[in-house]
Write a protein that binds this ligand. Sequence first.
Ligand code: NDP
Length: 448
Amino acid sequence: MALQNAYLKGIMDDVVKRNPAELEFHQAVEEVLESLEPVIEKHPEYVEAGIVERIVEPERQILFRVPWVDDSGKVQVNRGFRMEFNSAIGPYKGGLRFHPSVYAGIIKFLGFEQIFKNSLTGLPIGGGKGGSDFDPKGKSDGEVMRFCQSFMTELARHIGPDTDVPAGDIGVGGREIGFMYGQYKRIKNEFTGVLTGKGLTYGGSLVRTEATGYGLCYFTEEMLNAKGKSFKGSTVVISGSGNVAIYATQKVNDLGGKVVALSDSAGYIYDPAGVNLDTVKQIKEVERKRIKEYIKYHPNAEYHEGCAGIWNVKCDVALPSATQNELDENAAKTLVANGCIAVAEGANMPSTPGAIEVFLKEGVLFGPAKAANAGGVATSALEMSQNSMRYSWTFEEVDSKLKQIMVDIYHNASAAAKDYGYEGNLVVGANIAGFKKVAEAMKAQGVI
Ligand code: NDP
């Protein structure tokens, strides 16, 4: 699908010109603009109000220096980012990513996608994203703490429980959120829900840790059920072995499926007996080691160098849950040839445009990230609600709200696709359903 509408094409050209060399951002915008062609034709009032021109431009871009001292006493300097993209329907909300590949283009693509994802949850949260090119891998706890404190010393000026509420993402888990929360509290002298993904002893919500992975499976199960299928008895491949992948594995098991492969950035493991989650959690969450270690405990499993090879493993359902553009057109063709019937994105933008085209053409059920992985941010919004009430819901209460949200997202995206003549295309459906609520709010609030 290439952009046909001259007005949207003009906006896309401006985005490329204004944000040179930010390829991931261009990719994310182009996909949304393609989906919006039928919406623009039906709603000339959005053109008149300049909604699309405004939505592709972040409301505020914050870039800052993050100096810190390593264990040998040497001064290190990283770069910090916060892209406050859109606040039409609520305070900016979106995670922080710490990974050496982080630059403005990655944070913009994530922040832009977050606008539509957050809208799809039905909860009052705007879109934003942030992070740093800091690499927590191989750093001591003391180094991670000093980095987080320096990062938050600047970020604290820009965020607040009613302004902008960051959370975790790649490289930012419970440890990092704890260090950043402590520093925010110290600077502001206030105990508020300014970050989500907090520990359970200081305002965190039950189910937040599991939410993205669980939500991904609730969404996928609903998508499968609509075609008379389910996870029960299916073979599943999940890329990554971080927060999303681990809790997706747990929920696939609960739903009667079997996960046979997981990966990290170096390679993947294949365990035909079904991956042992306790071992993976010990290696990744406790020891913070490589997935390769798995075969030491399970000699019948195999380890293969190179993470892209995971898509050669035969499966019924694939859940890419590592990083952007990890599944290309060739990998998609291999999955189809091996009989894969459903793909749902746990990571953000893991499938390349070519891969998505293959899935849609071949009739593979395809759940795009904005819809399929929205459970994390939805549960973050539930954490914000609990913090505001100074009250906590039980695990079952949060889990059942999460499940309902994911089921609703599936049906809303599905209905929007049908309304605009793209029945079965959840990429178009999710983009349109997410866009319309934000567009209406922007129109109502005037040109700001
Ligand atoms: P984690 O840091 O917990 O885990 C990331 C996993 O992906 C690790 O196994 C990591 O391997 C692998 N990975 C990271 N970068 C690459 C790369 N360049 N190539 C191959 N593998 C890579 O992150 P999360 O599980 O939280 O996030 C995974 C994805 O899910 C991201 O796209 C994120 O944006 C998305 N997401 C996360 C949410 C959340 O709540 N956490 C919410 C919604 C989306 P290694 O250890 O070798 O780096």
